[in-house]
Ligand binder design. Structure first.
Ligand code: 9Z3
Length: 321
């Protein structure tokens, strides 16, 4: 008899993907965070953000990566916080981060000035931030501090595909205690391919061996156990990225049919900052950033989050009210 699918994925996770050493500790932190905010009547969203690193050698010199900057996740986190959610921000190490993401392109040293106050020693001088170089810095800093003091943002980092898979499973289990109040917003760009640890060379692959040929395996579809077993009552949103817009919606619908979750945010690589489609089993909403929005510095994430938070409220009342 065929083994149940979940057992297969759990088995694969344990066998072929090394768990980060502190996964249990992080799971407890996430469970405590969810319990606290759930008890306070708050909804909790788990945002995944950034790309994944897939090592080609155990003592890793080389790895497969992808384009994702983490801006979608970082910016969305701010809008979720503004909508009253508590946020677990599961993000790629050094990818963009809520509140600081606006300033990611800025050279810090070009934006600061030294005021020496007449003395010669650097210790007695003051460093002044130019508000021109950091637009809206006072407002953003004050909001960041507010969020931090209220304990509304729990940042958790991953680097490799293995870290990501184990931490997402831990997060799903940790959030299962708050049922439909939990939302999963899976914006990270996760590799579809990997080299199992059993097949990975220990040392740096030698170029003296000639051209490199690698066979990669398919990454198990983590959405399946997440929806069916780990957090079956949660509101789950996946993202679908394509470069060919003609297959986008069909792919998004395919994912909904396969995994039976609540919505797919579909986007195309080149236009992802200004156009997405939120696809649900019954509906399809095009979200577009107009020229007027751009002038007013509205971001597409504001529209995505507003669409999904509304749908999440309806979901809670309808299914578990
Ligand atoms: C997305 O589609 C995100 O919107 C982006 C955001 C990664 C494009 P940035 O980080 O970009 O702001 O630079 N995320 C999911 C992409 C993905 O890999 N989905 C897979 C697929 O489409 C599986 S879930 O098959």
């Amino acid at each position: 008899m065929a083994e149940p699918r979940v057992a297969t994925i759990d088995g694969k996770l344990a066998e072929e993907f090394a768990a980060p050493s502190h996964v249990e500790e992080l799971k407890e932190q996430m469970a405590a965070f969810a319990g606290l905010h759930g008890a306070a009547g708050r909804k909790v969203v788990l945002i995944t953000s950034g790309g994944t690193k897939v090592p080609l050698e155990s003592r890793t010199v080389r790895f497969l990566d992808n384009f994702s900057s983490g801006r979608r996740g970082a910016s969305s986190a701010e809008y979720f916080l503004d909508s009253g959610y508590a946020v677990i921000f599961l993000h790629r190490h050094r990818s963009l981060y809520p509140y600081t993401h606006t300033y990611s392109g800025i050279n810090l040293l070009d934006s600061l000035q030294l005021q020496t106050g007449g003395g010669v020693s650097h210790e007695s001088s003051q460093v002044v931030v130019s508000q021109q170089a950091f637009p809206n810095i006072a407002k953003i800093l004050s909001r960041y501090q507010e969020v931090k003091e209220a304990g509304l943002l729990l940042p958790i980092e991953f680097s490799t595909l293995s870290d990501y898979l184990h931490l997402l499973k831990a997060a799903a289990q940790a959030l299962s205690t708050i049922g439909s109040k939990a939302m999963f917003y899976l914006a990270a760009a996760v590799s579809d391919f990997y080299v199992p640890s059993s097949e990975m060379p220990e040392h740096k692959i030698q170029s003296s061996n000639g051209p490199l040929q690698i066979t990669m395996k398919m990454v198990p579809k983590i959405l399946s156990p997440l929806v069916k077993d780990w957090a079956p009552q949660a509101f789950v949103i996946s993202f679908k990225l394509e470069t060919d817009s003609s297959i986008l919606i069909e792919k998004a619908r395919g994912a909904l049919d396969t995994y039976r979750h609540q919505a797919v945010v579909a986007n195309v690589l080149d236009t992802r900052r200004g156009y997405v489609v939120v696809v649900t089993p019954e509906t399809q909403a095009e979200l577009i950033l107009t020229e007027d929005d751009v002038r007013k510095e509205v971001e597409i994430e504001e529209k995505i989050v507003s669409n999904l938070t509304e749908a999440h409220s309806l979901f809670i009342t309808k299914h578990h009210g």
